[in-house]
Ligand binder design. Structure first.
Ligand SMILES: [Zn+2]
Length: 187
């Protein structure tokens, strides 16, 4: 079925408006929302760098750390740190107004450090594919289901590195990936 174009609607991740995607991987409805998303990403990276710097400057042997340092080391919000202190789960000493120092070992016992969280996040997840026919569509099934022509499907399979498997005259692609690709965020 050539010539039938693909109409995918997605919810903008910034403003929540539903929009017609022009490119399969667009996440935002407009240049304005893309810009906002980009700025948020930059701000988050800047914040992360700043906190990393604070965390790296705390000597490892220091037994008591400030709230600010705890926020940097453990990747939690100030309020959470105060809550832990108030609940008595973390020992603290008060050196004066705004000079509360909290016990680092108590924090370590309760929370993973930001460094650890980051390492976990950066680990690539192994993706398991099932290419058994029952977990797959044939290319023509994809065309039928999503009303697109096979050259478009092939272009997407290549662009998004979707695995495929040929059995006899049929090429199979995983249902899950195809559904994610064409259905994601569609209302
Ligand atoms: Zn938007």
């Amino acid at each position: 079925m050539p010539g039938i174009s693909l109409e995918i609607r997605r919810k903008c991740k910034i403003c929540g408006k539903v929009f017609l995607v022009k490119k399969l991987d667009s996440q935002y409805c407009s240049a304005k929302c893309s810009k906002i998303a980009y700025k948020r990403k930059c701000d988050a990276e800047k914040k992360e760098t700043r906190l990393q710097k604070i965390a790296s400057q705390v000597p490892k042997i220091r037994e008591y750390i400030s709230i600010k340092e705890a926020v940097a080391i453990f990747g939690v919000e100030r309020d959470s740190v105060y809550r832990l202190v108030r609940s008595g789960k973390v020992n603290s000493v008060n050196l004066g107004k705004r000079l509360i120092r909290i016990n680092r070992k108590d924090m370590v016992a309760l929370l993973p450090t930001r460094k650890k969280i980051r390492k976990e996040r950066e680990k690539p997840l192994p993706k398991l594919y099932s290419l058994e026919p029952e977990d797959c569509y044939t290319i023509s099934e994809v065309c039928k289901k999503y009303l697109i022509n096979d050259s478009t499907v092939w272009a997407h399979v290549r662009k998004y590195s979707i695995p495929s498997r040929q059995i006899g005259n049929y090429v199979y692609v995983p249902k899950e990936d195809i559904d994610n690709l064409y259905k994601s965020d569609i209302l």
